[in-house]
Design a protein around this ligand. Structure first.
Ligand SMILES: NC(=O)C1=CN([C@@H]2O[C@H](COP(=O)(O)OP(=O)(O)OC[C@H]3O[C@@H](n4cnc5c(N)ncnc54)[C@H](O)[C@@H]3O)[C@@H](O)[C@H]2O)C=CC1
Ligand SMILES: O=C(CO)COP(=O)(O)O
Length: 391
């Protein structure tokens, strides 16, 4: 067993679909040429995942090239470039303040330069920017590159509703999995224990152990003592839950902001979980129902987001202040993004296209409140009424 695997103490139970844990060790072969990793994105979660990845790349030089590039959408912060601040003070003062970043993490404002000779791309940007980023990357990424998307959302367009990992595969011609879990970024950055789920299908052109990315390599890349990783194959299941729990969290924020308390929030989460699973069954039948219940990316992420995520905070402020969603997002998030605000519109457009709006009354109610100013106090009736129409 390599020294890297020894330190990792990988177990087969962590590497397979399902939740059976086994104590048998799985060796991690040293890479023929250590994998070079780039993180695309440097927001709240982007910087946190870059920290996790850089720690592991430094810790396992037999497997990964120690230097990790992080592409940064350049900004001026009080007369200084954000990339310069990150590279000299090792802090992302705007999106992840008060967290020291590893010195092998290098901020790069040049997207194309940041992916030069890369083997593994980790996408981590608000999903509304993905089409433009993919457009810029086209022709600059070899088909041998493997990717993981940490984004939560969908792409809705001429091709219908698409997973973001599929969008990346289609546009860049590279295999792409996903990482999603109950992961409020700041808690992970502070190294408070949490779990996550990584999902990845081994592609047909897999080049072999030590030469290509497999589940063991992904576990080594993301697992930390404070960030426990389960690697499975259900990319669709973890991505659906990650996208849609943001819409449910807006619903929770509305009822909390109205002062209705825990029961109302629990009711929204119950209805929301049902709609998430129904969405998966209708549009992504390859997703597995147990993923929603058993993985961190499933119900656990729904719970943490509805308790303490940015979407719930924005919706709560909408309820207490009467301001619209965009004002609240601006006021609360200092340039960060509440992805549920975009996802609820994308979901509405898709459901309308396929005549299924009435099957998803909560998603529709959230959309109508955010975009058409429907009174949020009518939320229970909106869910009921649409249910009755559906009968
Ligand atoms: N923050 C969190 O706790 C978690 C977030 N996620 C997901 O991770 C993804 C990334 O989220 P965050 O890193 O938190 O981003 P964020 O919400 O902090 O957004 C700010 C980022 O967007 C970038 N940006 C602004 N304008 C841009 C433009 N025109 N083009 C490209 N980039 C631009 C900023 O430079 C900054 O890096 C999202 O899909 C989110 O749902 C997932 C788990 C946890
Ligand atoms: O995805 C998240 C937690 O897993 C973060 O949710 P918010 O974007 O609502 O903060």
């Amino acid at each position: 067993m390599s020294a890297a695997a020894d330190r990792l103490n990988l177990t087969s139970g962590h590497l397979n679909a399902g939740r059976k844990r086994s104590s048998s060790s799985v060796s991690l072969k040293a890479a023929e040429k250590p994998f070079k990793v780039t993180v695309i994105g440097s927001g709240n979660w982007g910087t946190t995942i870059a920290k996790v990845v850089a720690e592991n790349c430094k810790g396992y030089p037999e497997v990964f090239a120690p230097e990790v590039q992080m592409w940064v959408f350049e900004e001026d912060i009080n007369g200084e470039k954000l990339t310069e601040i990150i590279n000299t003070r090792h802090q992302n003062v705007k999106y992840l303040p008060n967290i020291t970043l590893p010195d092998n993490l290098v901020a790069n404002p040049d997207l194309i330069d940041s992916v030069k000779d890369v083997d593994i791309l980790v996408f981590n940007i608000p999903h509304q920017f993905l089409p433009r980023i993919c457009g810029q990357l086209k022709g600059h990424v070899s088909s041998h590159v493997r990717a993981i998307s940490c984004l939560k959302g969908f792409e809705v367009g001429a091709k219908g509703v698409q997973l973001l990992s599929s969008y990346i595969t289609e546009n860049l011609g590279i295999q792409c999995g996903a990482l999603s879990g109950a992961n409020i970024a700041t808690e992970v950055a502070q190294e408070h224990w949490s779990e996550t789920t990584v999902a990845y299908h081994i592609p047909k052109d897999f080049r072999g152990e030590g030469k290509d990315v497999d589940h063991k390599v992904l576990k080594a890349l993301f697992h930390r003592p404070y960030f426990h990783v389960s690697v499975i194959e259900d990319v669709a299941g973890i991505s659906i839950c990650g996208a849609l729990k943001n819409v449910v969290a807006l619903g929770c924020g509305f009822v909390e902001g109205l002062g209705w308390g825990n029961n109302a929030s629990a009711a929204i989460q119950r209805v929301g979980l049902g709609e998430i699973i129904r969405f998966g069954q209708m549009f992504f039948p390859e997703s597995r129902e147990e993923t929603y219940y058993q993985e961190s990316a499933g119900v656990a992420d729904l719970i943490t987001t509805c308790a303490g995520g940015r979407n719930v905070k924005v919706a709560r402020l909408m309820a207490t202040s009467g301001k619209d969603a965009w004002e609240c997002e601006k006021e609360l998030l200092n340039g960060q993004s509440a992805q549920g605000l975009i996802t609820c519109k994308e979901v509405h457009e898709w459901l309308e296209t396929c005549g299924s709006v009435e099957d998803f009354p909560l998603f529709e109610a959230v959309y109508q409140i955010v975009y058409n100013n429907y009174p949020m106090k009518n939320l229970p009736d909106m869910i009921e009424e649409l249910d009755l129409h559906g009968e």
